[in-house]
Write a protein of this length. Sequence first.
Length: 601
Amino acid sequence: MRFYKKYFPKYRIPFLIAVTCVALEAFCDLLGPTLMARVINYGILGSDMNAVLRWSLLMLLVVFFGACFAVTRSILAANVSSRFGADIRRDVFRKILKLSEKSADKFQSGSLITRMTGDTSQVTLFANGIMRIFLKAPLTCIGSIVLATILNPRLSLVIYGVVAVIAVLTVISIKMSYIRFAKLQAALDKVNSVAQEYLLGIRLVKAFGTYNEEIARFENENENLKRKSEASQIVIAVISPVMGLIVGFGATLAIYFGSILFRAELIAPGDIAAFVAYMTNMLMSLTMIANIFNILVRAKASAERIEEVMESEEDFSFPEINQTWKQKKDFDRKLEGFPEWKPDGNLCFQNVTFSYPGGSGTPALRDLSFSVSAGETLAIIGPTGSGKSTICWLILRCYDVDSGTISLGGYDIHDLPVNMLRDNVAIAPQKPMLFSGTVRENILWGDETAGDDAVKNAAQKAHATEFIEDMPQGYDSILGRGGVTISGGQKQRISIARALIKNTSLLIIDDATSALDSITEASVRKELAGYPATKIIVTQRCTAAMSADKILVMENGKSAGFGNHALLMETSEVYKEIWQSQVDGKRLSKNQIKTGGGAGI
């Protein structure tokens, strides 16, 4: 498989040493019955104690060397397989980091975790087995057949019949097992996803008291996993005892026909014992080979699932191994064109149409055009699902547009190195995502090189200093996973501080003040108004949008108005409806309504 060929060169030498040890160990095992026959035929039957001692000592020497080879290959197998598994997990994790939004949307997070852990364990187990027993079984089987045939061709006919029956059963087992193990892994993905969703939404489950529903969801997927597990194991449960029966039947036949040949003086007693030993070794090896194929089936299914991740489309941020630019030199050429590129903040959408990959096909944005000059503030407002957040993620080029162009600083963002583009855009997303670690570390996500003064300044502008300084250890206070130890509004302010410390020419605030009270929100907007950058404020509130230099009104993915507050009050029915639904106009003077009076952004 390509999967193993990718990693094999790195471990070629220890693998070959282990395989050599396995072959020598199998050779030592195969010598055992032949030496035993010599002990019986030449020593015991000939009443020659010297022959008994001589052949017995030789047997012990062979066993000793076999044990040495076994220890060596076991140590190598353990070492190589553990490093092999670590390499796969590292590569899968790195690949997950590089997945494009389209690829990330295709996989559930629970499935990715299963592929990185459970599937990796399966292929690691197979790699370990190859170096320990998987090669020894066929070598022992073939060697036993050859030596038994040389020992007595007539009696070896029993072996050929048994081998044929077990080979047929093995093929049947492989065909029936593969599809069942693939379905088993998919069912395991779903169980992990349900458990993960509960852990992520544990507070919501408690708030709504939906314990029974969650238990029912888990029981449903767990029952499905149980059925798939039973279906995958039933083949082994049936085939293995049948093979054991055939092994016992074959040994019985060998002893029976051996006794007939012995009475006819066509075989010596030691040869019968050696033949039975060879046949036992061969049949045990055949049973082991059947189990090996079952492990191979699991490993193959797991390797294909890992390959599916490894071959998924990558983000534009990694052009050295991405097909967006056909060769790396094209990327180097692009990079040379923008060595110290700092856009001025001019942003322009021109006839942009976009549909989410794998979605319904309905465009999230339709023929959208607008422009913002450097230093201006653009507020984007509109109903839920109108495409406001989509605009933000397209600016960061998390997706590529279907048609049209987006330019920043006079350059089409498609022609810019994506890492450089994203280095010059800061975003506070609609759903703030914090990470395990201190408050300081979360803010420094925006700029790891920033000092303490910059951290405190960003927190002050985001109005986060009050609650941060009240925490037991201030900026060094530990936040739980996802910031579970603080409130939603506090998480939003840390998220805004993280965006501000990045100090870029374009700042995006994607409805990141929705959890703040009106007084705190107004204070944050006032601080943002003085931030020296082009600002895009996505909001649901007219009071947050009305003082922006420009307002883009979105409806069903299209522009339903563009201009300042006063202009939109006269020209955009959608904006007027939002205004009337949110603001009691009688409480504001006509001059305030006309000019957009209120707290500044």
